[in-house]
Ligand binder design. Sequence first.
Ligand SMILES: [Zn+2]
Length: 98
Amino acid sequence: MYVIDARHFLNDKGDIGPVRGPARKLAEFVTAVVAHESNFDRPESPGPVCFKCRKSPVDTAMTEAQTIVWLCPRCAIDGSVSNWEGTFWDLSHGSPSD
Ligand SMILES: [Zn+2]
């Protein structure tokens, strides 16, 4: 299980820190998971594609502690993301154009 603090992937401007390589792929996946799950207005749409197998969208959910969890039904990797509130990918307060 990947236990991730979203802010570890962000630089001091709040943008994704890692520029390339596996860390970048994981960072992009994690931010996509956050955007997907924190957008309470979203239509029922599949989650981001699994960064590991790249063959299946992951299932995402929010725990009572406001931790976002994901699970890939295909390769069974899972993880949690905390500390995502207030990042660029936190859509829980609606998009700026609303
Ligand atoms: Zn997978």
